[in-house]
Design a protein around this ligand. Sequence first.
Ligand SMILES: Cc1cc2nc3c(=O)[nH]c(=O)nc-3n(C[C@H](O)[C@H](O)[C@H](O)COP(=O)(O)O)c2cc1C
Length: 309
Amino acid sequence: MRFALADLSIQIGHIRFNNPVFVASGTFGYGTENKELVDVSKLGAIVTKSITLNPREGNPPPRLVETPSGMINSIGLANIGVDKYISDMLPVYEGIGTPIIMNIAGSSMDEYISVLEKIESVSSAIVGYEINISCPNVKEGGMQFGIDCSMTESLTSALRKRTEKLLIMKLSPNVTDISSIATSAENGGADAVSAINTVVGMSIDHKTAKSNIYTTFGGLSGPAIKPIGLACVHKVFHSITIPIIGIGGIVNTGDVVEYILAGAKAVQVGTANFRDPGICVKILNNLDLYINKHNITLNNLIGSVKQYD
Ligand SMILES: Cc1cc2nc3c(=O)[nH]c(=O)nc-3n(C[C@H](O)[C@H](O)[C@H](O)COP(=O)(O)O)c2cc1C
C-alpha cells in the first residue's frame, strides 16, 4: 500500500525547514563534500563544522578512536577560518537547495562576535548560526561559556543584537545543570538550543599503556551517548519554551522519534554519517512511513513521552 508523503516540515524561529533531520556539525564538512554521495537537497538542514576567526590546524593525531558503541574525537576545531570560508564556501551555497546553518566557535566573546559580524557584512544563503559553546577538545574553547549561565546569556544577547538570522546555542552535557544554561540562552534571545555536544571521554590501550588520543581527553559520540542526549533534551524541555534540536547517537528513525518524544522539535545526526553518508535520507524515508502509519503529526509528538504514574 502506498501512502501520500507526510508533511514533515517544521518551523524554528522564522525559518521553515522541509523536515526535522539535520546533519550535525563536524560530521558533514562544510556541507558540500558529500554531494556526489548524497542528495543533500533532501536534508532538513546542514550544520557546518565550527568556523573560527583564524584558520586552525586542530590537534595532533591520534585524534579519533573507535570505542564500544561510539567514538572519541579530539579534532580541535580544525577549519579554514572565516575569511577563506567567506571567499570559498559562501558562493558554493547559492543554489545548494538545503538550508545551511553555520556553526561558529571562539575562545572569547570578541572572537564569536567578529566571526558573526564578518558573515553579516556580506550577502549569503546561510539561514542561521549554531554557536558552539560546548567543545570539549580545545584548551581555550567556547566550553567556558557553555558551563556558565551569565556568560551564556551575555554571549547570546551580544550575538542576538547583531543578527536577525536564526540563532541556536549548542549546549554541553558536561555540566551540572543543563537546564539553567538553556534558560540563559533563551533569556539572551536565542531562537533555539541544540543538545548535546560530545561527552568528555578517554580511551587507553592497555597493551601499550598509552592514551589512544593525543590530548588524553576527547569527546565521546555515537549510540553510547544517546541516553545522555535524551535525558538532557527532556530536562531542557521542562525549562524553556524555545525549540530544542536533539543530538546524540541517532542512527535510525526510532532514535529520531525518541528524541521528539523527549522534547526535540528537530534532530541532528552526527557520527552515523561516517558509516553511511546517506543515513539521513534513509531515516527520513522511514520517518515519512512512520508518520503515515501512525497517523500523527510531529508537533503532537514533541515531549509527549508517557511517564509512569
Ligand atoms: C569527528 C567529529 C567532529 C565534530 N566537530 C564538531 C564541531 O566542529 N563543532 C560542533 O559544534 N560539534 C562538533 N561535533 C559534535 C557533533 O556535532 C555532535 O554534537 C556529537 O557528535 C553528538 O552527536 P552524534 O552522537 O550523532 O555524533 C563533532 C563530532 C564528531 C564525531
